[in-house]
Ligand binder design. Sequence first.
Ligand code: HEM
Length: 399
Amino acid sequence: MTQLADRWGVNPAYFWMWDKWPERPVEIDDNGVVHVYGHAECVQVYGDPKTYSSNVEALLLGEADEGESLSDGALSAADPPKHTKMRKIVSRAFTPKMVADLEPQITKITHELLDAAEGKDGLELVEDLAYPMPVIVIADMLGVPHSDRNLFKRWVDQIVTAAGEVTVETAGLQRDDADVAAAMGQVPELMDYLRQHVVERRRKPQDDLLTKLVEAEIEGEHLSESAIVNFARELLVAGHLTTSATIGNMLLCLDAHPQQMARLRADPGLAPGVVEETLRFLSPLAGSVRATVADTELAGVKVPARSLVRLWLGAANRDERQFAQPHVFDPDRDPNPQLGFGRGIHFCIGAPLARLEGRVGVNVLLERFPKLRTDPASRPEFMDLEDVLGVSKLPMLTT
Ligand code: HEM
């Protein structure tokens, strides 16, 4: 049988897509980079932030640590105690209830995007839905006016283009490069735009996430203007392509497993299982990084201090020590301890939103297009990013 990975044209770097497993769950390459492939080993690293720091640049490039100051810096790159404090404040604003309340709005956005694509010959799933939907949702959630949606999307396009030029290993070496800054979401116009909106929300509160971030406090401490701007851009960087990739990957997985597609059509209530299994089987965020604070040992491998550690979530999600029949797409897995959203203190804060967008996206698509299927004449194309495994073009037939 042809492997799905061959049929889809997946980058061979994602070796687990060919049902292969490395000889050991942890390996160190010639450059001293530690690659973690095992599920248990990834969980161990995620569970030990004292040894495995998220402040990778500060550790590996010897940059000044910002200490506990909440004035700047990203949530994903912070270690405790700063991370604990920031995450608590941010969680007061970005709550599961706030996300759940977005369902009607996400359904509306999905329909609007598909309405706009009507009359075309088939769907270009990424361009028509998977790429724009998460940007519009984040923009709406923050409180960006509809009239500025295109402006916002242009800046996000800039971030995405730059992200394709930058790798984890080179990011630190080219710190003055505008691409590196842009890949991190630091597009000056976007930052200025967000800053203006934060200032405005202080004067005139509204019913949106920016206002909630301005108002959120812990023991009298608020987030500074820069911290809010940084968090807003972090939501975009962390929540856009990952969610786009998940929607595209879900459709690919269902198309390759027509029985599962038919079951979901018959019972839209099965969508959460399909989302979880897609995150495991075709993990959109293939990797996550840490740096060691001290000498340590992982799965019997000696790891020196100040090593770059790459957690390969896609591989860990195919670890047969954790998952029965790991190379089978089975949305009924229960439990499904997939690591697509990470684990521990940095567990994806956007997971409830991503799950909701995935569920709504796939159900609306199946409801509107009873014959939706991939086009055998055109293969999907994948994003040219080292850490994100997701389609950048997915032509689909609808009639
Ligand atoms: C299916 C889509 C998504 C996937 C696969 C994903 C994956 C992840 C993973 C693996 C982490 C942990 C990284 C680490 O520990 O190194 C993470 C953290 C994070 N994610 Fe997501 N994410 C998704 C969607 C979103 C969305 C929609 C948002 C927000 C709008 C978001 C915002 C964040 C933030 C802010 C963090 C940092 C949390 C912290 O450090 O405490 N993500 N995500």
